[in-house]
Design a protein around this ligand. Structure first.
Ligand SMILES: [Zn+2]
Length: 345
């Protein structure tokens, strides 16, 4: 098969498109003909060998967390899938045996592999995973759309609906709303009946976020996040913050919360260590959740909502697999809105 192989950590030039032997499915494995893979920020860490990647990964490696395709072959013991089924591997290859898996929380499996991180991923024509880790893709959802949007929608759903428990009419602040997950979170919050306030650092991105369902927007390069929230909420603050940035934005967003407010934190690329004023935190009865990995059930649900048009993928660009390095340079430039997809079809 053709694949983008990483043999040593470094810049985009380390991603080499080459011919390697096809993977062979074990008895319980499904071999997937990959049709599309979306770029994920994790792919950049994987290439650079940063954020703890080096300690859990072996080289050579094939990146690609968010892959979709059709079943090309099945192992001798596979019963759930047949050749031709449209599927996606849930990126958390859960064990199916630990207490969390048994309790229906396979998203926090204590013995999982991760597609594209510890297990060869979707920057390839073929991908092998255990049959228990697959999710069906509805016929009405294209491969590009599924690859682009299933993970951001599912991540946002898990954080906003399941974990933070947003309710109709609540005010929800979404930080870094031009980003891949956050731009999809705007739609999830709006679909759940929340009043969405989105912030980002560029007016053109904020215009696009408005079109996705944000009621109010804040450009934090023009006014402080706290001033912006005071302005658009009449001083009341917000009920929930969805944050994938961390650092000073997370610190400011705590000040944006009304009494009893909740924060769902799904990432911290702009600052992993944050000092928090705990006096304000407990006096306002705030709650902070760490979250960001959804279960297969939620992936399945958001794919169904995409199928009926209730959630719409935000795709910035589709490039052929051999242009993976170019796609990652584009992602690192931050000059995009929505998701970048690699296709093999
Ligand atoms: Zn498990």
């Amino acid at each position: 098969m053709k694949a983008v192989v990483l043999r040593e950590y470094g810049g985009p030039e380390k991603l080499v498109y080459e011919e390697i032997p096809d993977p062979v499915p074990a008895a319980n494995d499904v071999l997937i003909r990959v049709m599309a893979t979306a770029l994920n920020h994790v792919d950049i860490d994987v290439r650079n060998g940063t954020s703890g990647v080096e300690s859990i990964q072996r080289l050579p490696h094939i990146p690609g967390v968010d892959a979709v395709g059709t079943v090309q072959a099945i192992g001798s013991d596979v019963t759930l899938w047949k050749v031709g089924d449209r599927v996606t591997p849930h990126f958390i290859l859960s064990c199916g045996k630990c207490a969390n898996c048994r309790g229906g929380r396979e998203n926090i499996c204590t013995d999982s592999q991760i597609v594209g991180l510890t297990h060869w991923g979707g920057y390839a024509e073929l991908l092998c995973v255990p049959e228990r880790n697959l999710v069906r893709i509805p016929d009405g959802v294209s491969f590009d759309a599924a690859a682009a949007a299933m993970t951001p929608f599912a991540t946002a759903w898990e954080a906003l609906v399941i974990t933070a428990g947003i309710r109709a009419g609540e005010k929800v602040l979404i930080t870094g709303a031009g980003g891949g997950v956050a731009s999809h979170a705007v739609q999830v919050a709006a679909l759940a009946g929340a009043r969405v306030i989105a912030c980002a650092g560029a007016d053109d991105k904020l215009e696009k976020v408005k079109a996705l369902g944000a009621e109010a927007v804040i450009n934090y390069k023009k006014e402080s996040l706290v001033d912006g929230v005071v302005r658009v909420t009449g001083g009341q603050g917000v009920d929930v913050v969805f944050d994938g940035i961390g650092g000073d934005i997370l610190k400011s967003s705590i000040k944006c919360l009304a009494e009893g407010g909740r924060i769902a934190s799904i990432g911290a690329h702009a600052g992993e260590v944050v000092d928090i004023d705990m006096i304000e935190f407990f006096r306002k009865h705030l709650t902070m959740y760490g979250c960001g990995r959804s279960t297969k059930e939620i992936v399945s649900r958001v794919l169904e909502l995409m199928d009926v048009g209730k959630l719409k993928p935000v795709i910035f660009r589709v490039l052929p697999l051999e242009k993976a390095a170019e796609a990652q340079i584009l992602m690192e430039s931050r000059d995009f809105f929505g998701r970048i997809v690699l296709t093999t079809s």
